[in-house]
Design a protein around this ligand. Structure first.
Ligand SMILES: Cc1cc2nc3c(=O)[nH]c(=O)nc-3n(C[C@H](O)[C@H](O)[C@H](O)COP(=O)(O)O)c2cc1C
Length: 323
């Protein structure tokens, strides 16, 4: 599982960076895969309110948010926002990322699409500010709450520290590392003990994508789901995206990947192939099933729908079987 950090503090040796680094170290030690994006060093163009996202569900602005941050926000099951307080809110660079996530808001509330990770993803807030007023973190909390809502993350909690200004102030705080360890433990607890399942097909463009989205959506609390292909395509199949959208499941921001890539971070307990069993690598200890489903690529969209329905049924049966 991926824990994604959005580090919004411009100072490399600042307190915000110290805080999120401690958080990610603790998550990594607990077995999670972590990735921190230093947003102040990325090419991020603020939202220009073109409103394309509200009609079509995508943002026409080309930058690191589009290429890197959108797909990662979809993959992550935990999203950690970290920022110093700048005028009672997050840094402008981080706020620019948040505003660009209006695109996720539009997919959720205008296009009525549900992220497959909707039932599992959670968000956590980290912040520091120089002064000590009661309302210091209120603006940030509110912005973060609505950001998490747009990206389908449940707001799990926050660690915020007042009176922090000089570069080493937070490192000298008496309880910060214990606070972080406790927070990480409680956030990762619901993800513990999930069975890991790999869905594999040839191109990772249709069948294994649909199966993994259904499995994550229906049983993300019991299953950690990955997917891959023996010969990954350049992109996922647009007809597959369309038939999943008919079911209200958002397949945006997914790209095919190889099976090797898929299993590089996760050792599956189950491998489910779609009729291409022999092309799947041997993974010791993993239980194999072959669903032997026809490849819908290049066939009429009605065929894609039939395969989708069959996959949904099989995923439901699989979830019942392992329960
Ligand atoms: C542009 C700017 C605005 C700030 N606004 C506030 C503020 O509204 N309230 C506050 O307590 N501190 C404010 N500060 C101080 C920072 O929150 C504080 O220095 C913090 O520790 C910086 O985190 P860092 O060590 O990660 O850089 C501001 C600092 C800057 C540079």
């Amino acid at each position: 599982m991926l824990v994604l950090g959005l580090q919004g503090g411009p100072r490399k040796k600042g307190n915000t960076n110290y805080l999120i680094s401690a958080f990610m170290d603790a998550a990594e030690k607990s077995g999670a895969r972590t990735l921190t994006i230093d947003v102040t060093r990325k090419n991020i163009i603020p939202c220009k309110e073109y409103t394309v996202c509200e009609k079509k569900g995508f943002c026409p602005i080309d930058d690191d948010v589009k290429d890197e941050i959108y797909p990662l926000l979809r993959q992550a099951e935990v999203v950690v926002v970290a920022s110093p307080i700048f005028f009672y809110n997050m840094s402008a660079q981080l706020k620019a990322v948040v505003d660009r996530c209006q695109m996720f808001w539009a997919r959720k509330y205008k296009l009525k699409l549900k992220d497959p990770a909707a039932n599992m993803r959670c968000g956590f807030l980290l912040s520091v500010g120089a002064t000590k007023g009661k309302n210091l973190f209120e603006g940030l909390q509110l912005t973060t709450q609505y950001f998490f809502d747009a990206i389908w993350a449940k707001f799990e909690g926050s660690l915020t520290y007042r009176g922090i200004e000089g570069p080493n102030d937070l490192a000298a705080h008496p309880t910060v590392l214990q606070d972080v360890a406790k927070a990480v433990e409680s956030i990762l607890k619901p993800f513990e003990g999930r069975k890991k399942v790999l869905f594999a097909c040839r191109e990772n463009a249709c069948r294994s994508q649909m199966a993994s989205a259904f499995a994550q959506y229906l049983a993300g609390d019991k299953l950690e789901v990955i997917n891959g292909g023996s010969e990954p395509a350049e992109e996922v199949n647009p007809d597959m995206v369309e038939v999943m959208h008919e079911k209200g499941i958002d397949m945006g921001f997914r790209s095919p990947q190889s099976i090797d890539e898929a299993i590089s971070h996760v050792k599956p307990d189950y491998i489910i192939t779609m009729g291409c069993e022999e092309q799947c690598p041997y993974i010791p200890g993993a239980q194999k099933q072959d669903w032997d489903l026809p490849d819908p690529a290049g066939k009429p969209i009605g065929f894609m729908r039939d395969v989708r329905n069959e996959i949904e049924k099989r995923v439901q049966d699989f979830i019942e079987d392992i329960a």
